[in-house]
Design a protein around this ligand. Structure first.
Ligand SMILES: [Zn+2]
Length: 65
């Protein structure tokens, strides 16, 4: 019985044994997943400062009034 895992990127069955890219099926899927990860990590902090100062401003004004 071959040990396989589902590639998180494309959903294909990928060999677990002797697979340097596991749990991915190929280096391409590994790079795609890592790229999506880093993109998300950079996107979230970039969006937060944009919305937070506006919210804080509104809160402060309401508290003062
Ligand atoms: Zn894949």
């Amino acid at each position: 019985m071959p040990v396989t895992v589902k590639c998180p990127t494309c959903g294909k069955e990928a060999a677990w044994k002797d697979n340097p890219y596991r749990p991915f099926c190929s280096d391409r899927c590994q790079l795609i997943d890592l790229g999506a990860w880093t993109e998300e990590r950079y996107r979230i902090p970039a969006e937060e400062p944009e919305s937070l100062p506006g919210d804080e401003d509104d809160d402060d004004r309401q508290k003062v009034r």
